[in-house]
Design a protein around this ligand. Structure first.
Ligand code: KG4
Ligand code: ZN
Length: 336
């Protein structure tokens, strides 16, 4: 089955063609315009999606070496995300569906991230404890089969990606902050500053990241600008270690609680080098199988949306043309 996937939930305009587990093309245009504002400006994102969607989809089809007629079905992100941005992709797909009569399915963006990892690791086995870490989400999900999601914990305030982005902003680094902190942390001392780890003993699978950002703010106020410059790498390494340690510890706790043998990582923060290596080491030590997404499928892309869509389409599950975009769409199992 050949699926055309489209993703426009935030600031990436992306289209991809997959044939079962094979990615025939994956085109991503990251909107540079937001960098100077230090975060995504929703209206600018929608306008950029409108400008980019046609050329990006044409390129995806061309690189895959197929025409629209050869596509068996379409998959499009319909939430969560910026409503104006989501509507561009969704309405574009509805236009194609109306013109061609092809089936389509709306995909949850978080589910897309999950399938970005499954795409990187064909033949995964269940059950899996999924750690989903992106700019907007931090969740632990038990997956007992394809399209089956049981949320066992999530953040009560900021997502871990948000903690990286807000921390980077306080440090005067650019947006998105995660890759910058990751890079600077490589040559820093991770034990230079002792930042708090919110373990939330009464809710062991939930997360809280707003305190970490505040702790950084308080720390930065206590040192001079010279000290900050001289120890920028050490501060980044310490901040990153605090953020990542909580993720690893809570994931292992969930594995024990649910008796799982497999762990998987998904979302933009899955690109973080410390998180990848720490989780790898921990899983090796505990004898657990670990599924890690290829770097190109960590941050937003459309191949992951197409791959999730494939699971629905091959089960004959299609969305109606009345499908709407939902900015706060929750991750739900099929048929609920
Ligand atoms: O999944 P994603 O592309 O978009 C959302 O769905 O939110 O994730 C973007 C997030 C941003 O917060 C970004 O700072 C973070 O992923 N990120 C990283 C790294 N690469 C991207 N965070 C830490 N280390 C990285 N190497
Ligand atoms: Zn994402």
């Amino acid at each position: 089955m050949i699926v055309l996937g489209i993703e426009t939930s935030c600031d990436e305009t992306a289209a991809a063609v997959i044939e079962e587990d094979r990615v025939r093309s994956s085109i991503i245009s990251s909107q540079e315009i937001h960098t100077k504002f230090g975060g995504v400006v929703p209206e600018l994102a929608s306008r950029a999606h409108v400008r980019l969607i046609v050329p990006i989809v044409e390129r995806a089809l061309k690189e895959a070496g197929i025409t629209l007629q050869e596509v068996d079905g379409l998959a499009v992100t319909h939430g969560p995300g910026l409503v104006g941005a989501l509507l561009v992709g969704l309405n574009f797909v509805k236009g194609i569906v109306t013109a061609t009569g092809k089936p389509f399915v709306g995909v949850n963006h978080i589910e897309g991230h999950i399938y970005g990892t499954i795409l990187s690791q064909p033949g995964v086995e269940f059950p899996i404890i999924f750690l989903i870490v992106s700019g907007g989400h931090t969740q632990l999900v038990l997956m007992e089969d394809h399209l089956s999601y049981h949320i066992i914990g999530q953040t009560r305030d900021d997502a871990v990606g948000e903690a990286f982005d807000k921390g980077a902003k306080l440090l005067g680094l650019g947006y998105p902050g995660g890759p910058m902190i990751d890079k600077l942390a490589q040559s820093g001392n991770p034990d230079f500053v002792k930042f708090p780890r919110a373990m939330l003993k009464k809710a062991p699978f939930d997360f809280s990241y707003s305190g970490l950002k505040t702790a950084l703010l308080v720390y930065l106020k206590s040192i001079s600008e010279e000290e900050k410059k001289a120890h920028l790498n050490d501060i980044c390494a310490s901040y990153q270690k605090a953020a990542v340690e909580v993720l690893v510890r809570k994931t292992l706790l969930a594995v024990k609680e649910f008796g799982a043998k497999r762990v998987a990582l998904a979302g933009g923060v899955a690109a973080n080098s410390l998180l990848r290596s720490w989780l790898k080491e921990a899983c090796e030590k505990e004898g657990l199988e670990l599924y890690i997404p290829e770097l190109k499928y960590c941050t937003d892309n459309a191949a992951m949306i197409a791959r999730a869509g494939l699971e629905y389409l091959k089960r004959g599950h299609h969305s109606p043309l009345t499908l709407n975009a939902y900015p706060a769409l929750k991750l739900k199992p099929l048929n609920t």
